[in-house]
Design a protein around this ligand. Structure first.
Ligand code: HEM
Length: 401
């Protein structure tokens, strides 16, 4: 009986089944089983201890949790996997590329022979080469699909413009990988295709000819061109891509991902009725920043004031509504109602209703001054002598009909 079974049986026995099984002395086989399980346990434990030791020094768990355990916006779907898929293919290209480089010779005279050797004679050579070749096309397709996703979901807008720019550089570098890799087999097709591509580059404005010269490693296509393409393909461009993917992911983790447009279209959840949504930034975007240690703490700290502000605003709205109700009730008085009606029917030349005391509106005939002042009724009177009337006029007895 294994240790696990034994434990289960013991537990069942003490679990109120009544007839507790008598605990017998383990047999030799059982003891051997126990020893084996303990050995496995200790082996695993040792591994965990080492991982814990490293983790306590580099905080890998914290970094990993911050990167992987993030809030994502509502409506996140399969299109959001395209970036990761591109990254996966890049990793595959790097791995298969390392194996290919073990057999490839970057020399104008030996490159083609090394490729045929690797394809026909090396164990799984054709398979690894096929993976690398198909992976290159797949990466280009995926990167375009990923770019289309971010474009159509509006993920290029504030505050993610920089990530879009990094993405554009990644796209250019990925195509450069395609161009430089295409020459490496050094067969007829790759040779002539690269000459054509180089000539196209040379026809580019301003920097075109210089760029073409740089790629050719001189004015003519030569053996050095192959070395140059090899160095770019093996080290420079992959290094840049890896670094930029790091920066790209940093921004994805820092800013979170963009909610799909159809989720952002409605009024943001929790937004106050009077609140304007900042141009281009949906409230969800702000809410759904990744929650890692620091951000979570900041959010937790920021919450009480927001709640207080909400409560204060609710109070203010309540008070305003109460005031309006009071005013409405007050005008129910027949005398006042009549005055208000008269005020409403008063000629347009009169001073604005809000600015005029009820008594004046109901009794006085509009003065010539105010009648003449049609265009700017709210401007102070031209004659300073009239000014003292103003404060009174804007005092109590306002009609808010
Ligand atoms: C080697 C190429 C690339 C890799 C490995 C990569 C990887 C990723 C990953 C893993 C994400 C997060 C998940 C997702 O939204 O898919 C992401 C997001 C993003 N990528 Fe890329 N990407 C690459 C190229 C590009 C390109 C070419 C563009 C645009 C020109 C771009 C623009 C963006 C933007 C704007 C986001 C933020 C998305 C959002 O906020 O919803 N990326 N990328």
């Amino acid at each position: 009986m294994s240790l696990l079974k034994r434990k289960k049986t013991e537990a069942a026995g003490t679990n109120g089944s009544g007839d507790a099984e008598a605990v017998t002395k383990p047999t030799r086989g059982e003891r051997m089983g126990q020893a084996k399980e303990l050995g496995v346990h200790h082996g695993t434990q040792a591994g965990i201890d080492v991982a814990g030791w490293v983790d306590s020094r580099v905080n890998a768990t914290g970094i990993f949790t911050a990167m992987m355990s993030r809030h994502v916006p509502k409506g996140t779907n399969w299109f959001y996997t395209l970036g990761s898929a591109t990254m996966f293919i890049f990793a595959m290209q790097a791995i298969t590329g390392v194996f290919l480089s073990m057999y490839y010779t970057p020399s104008a005279t030996q490159a083609y022979a090394s490729i045929t050797h690797m394809t026909n004679e090396v164990f799984m050579g054709e398979f690894v080469r096929g993976m690398h070749k198909w992976g290159a096309s797949l990466m280009i397709i995926l990167i375009f699909l990923h770019m289309a996703r971010t474009f159509f979901f509006g993920a290029y807008k504030y505050p993610r413009e920089l990530n879009w720019v990094i993405g554009v550089v990644l796209l250019i570098l990925t195509t450069v990988m395609g161009l430089t890799g295409y020459l490496l087999p050094f067969d007829q097709r790759s040779f002539w295709a690269t000459i054509v591509a180089n000539n196209i580059t040379a026809s580019g404005p301003v920097v075109g000819p210089y760029l073409a010269d740089f790629l050719r490693a001189g004015p003519d296509f030569s053996a050095t061109t192959l070395s140059r393409f090899y160095a770019l393909h093996m080290m420079v461009v992959p290094g840049l891509i890896a670094g930029l993917i790091g920066a790209h992911l940093f921004f994805v983790v820092k800013l979170g991902t963009t909610a799909p447009p159809w989720v952002r279209a409605g009024r943001p959840k929790g937004a106050r009725p009077e609140e304007a949504v900042t141009a281009g930034v949906a409230r969800e975007d702000l809410d759904e920043v990744p929650v890692n240690g620091a951000v979570a703490a900041a959010v937790a700290e920021a919450e009480p004031p927001v709640a207080e502000a909400d409560a204060a605003e609710a109070d203010a709205v309540e008070a305003r509504e109460a005031e309006e109700t009071e005013a409405a009730v007050a005008t129910e008085d027949p005398a006042e109602e009549a005055a208000a009606e008269e005020a409403a029917q008063a000629p347009a030349e009169q001073a604005p209703v809000e600015e005029t005391p009820v008594e004046e509106v109901s009794t006085e005939v509009p003065s010539e001054e105010s009648a003449a002042d049609e265009t700017a009724p709210e401007e102070p009177p031209a004659d300073p002598a009239d000014a003292p009337d103003e404060p009174e006029a804007s005092g109590e007895g306002e009609v808010n009909s």
